[in-house]
Design a protein around this ligand. Structure first.
Ligand SMILES: N[C@@H](CCC[C@H](N)C(=O)O)C(=O)O
Length: 276
């Protein structure tokens, strides 16, 4: 089966995007892993599959797969790339796009200069809903890793996140603590792990070790989770500029019970065809 695809990225978090409206595509975890291989495949952090919606009030549905083949609930950079993809391929003429995801729905607003603003939904803080194992809800949880206690905030943006504070993201133990916390037994569905350095009340630096993909150049849901964690700790204001290795995202969160808004770029790299 010959499949057309588009290679895209949001701040270096890269995607293979497939239109499953105009072509038949059957994906398995094994096929996704093969395509994700950066030496023998296309190479990407996530694959996005654009499908027709199942609800009449939605414009599209899109599915998200990590490079390890697992299907996930939400993806911030992916949402922006999805928005540009459906416009560039003329699958819609709308500037406000309502899309179904495995976590529910997201609303995208296409802006000038390839920027996309996304309503990322209301963060979930109840540990059982993240999911994270804890007796009761807290702002930070002590988590044991190899005899060391890490102070972790946990947030669901539809997908699970743990966020820890570091003095300097450049020297943070992302390569060792990232995988240890991603697969920590207190996260039954694993988690994305954010390492956040607070610069001031309106700016942070962030590196994210992503579940199912390893460290990426940027993570949109990770940026949202970090701002939620920083706000709950009383360290951040409502609007925060998040500096990631791949560039900047602007995140706004009024507080508990409110949706987060994320604004950032989305770029197309090339189009191609591949036999699956
Ligand atoms: N890169 C994404 C998040 C993709 C999913 C994540 N790895 C997970 O397993 O939950 C983003 O920009 O949010």
């Amino acid at each position: 089966m010959l499949v057309r695809f588009t290679k895209m990225h949001g701040l270096g978090n890269d995607f293979m995007v497939i239109d499953a409206l105009s072509q038949r595509v059957r994906l398995t975890p094994k096929i996704v892993r093969k395509l994700a291989d950066r030496h023998t495949g296309i190479g990407f952090d996530q694959l996005l599959l654009v499908e027709p919606p199942s609800r009449p009030d939605m414009d599209f549905r899109y599915r998200i797969y990590n490079a390890d083949g697992s299907e996930v609930e939400h993806c911030g950079n992916g949402a922006r790339c999805f928005g540009r993809f459906v416009r560039e391929r003329r699958l819609t003429v709308k500037d406000e796009i309502h899309v179904e995801t495995a976590r529910g729905q997201a609303i995208l607003y296409l802006l000038p200069d390839r920027q996309v603003d996304v309503d990322m939904g209301v963060p979930e803080l109840r540990p059982a809903e993240v999911p994270f194992s804890a007796e009761q809800q807290a702002v930070v949880y002590p988590v044991e890793v190899d005899g060391e206690t890490i102070e972790l905030s946990v947030v669901s943006m539809g997908n699970p996140h743990g966020v820890l504070l570091v003095d300097d993201v450049d020297t943070a133990a992302v390569e060792t603590l990232g995988p240890a916390l991603e697969a920590h037994p207190r996260f039954p569905k694993k988690a994305n792990i954010g390492f956040m350095q607070v610069i001031n009340r309106g700016e942070i630096r962030l590196r994210v070790y992503e579940r199912g993909a390893g460290e990426t150049l940027a993570c949109g849901t990770g940026a949202c989770a970090a701002v939620v964690a920083g706000r709950l700790r009383g360290l951040l204001d409502e609007e925060v500029l998040v500096h990631l290795p791949g560039g900047e995202l602007r995140i706004r969160w009024p507080g508990e019970g409110s949706s987060l808004r994320m604004t950032g770029p989305a770029a197309t790299v090339y189009e191609g065809q591949i036999y699956l």
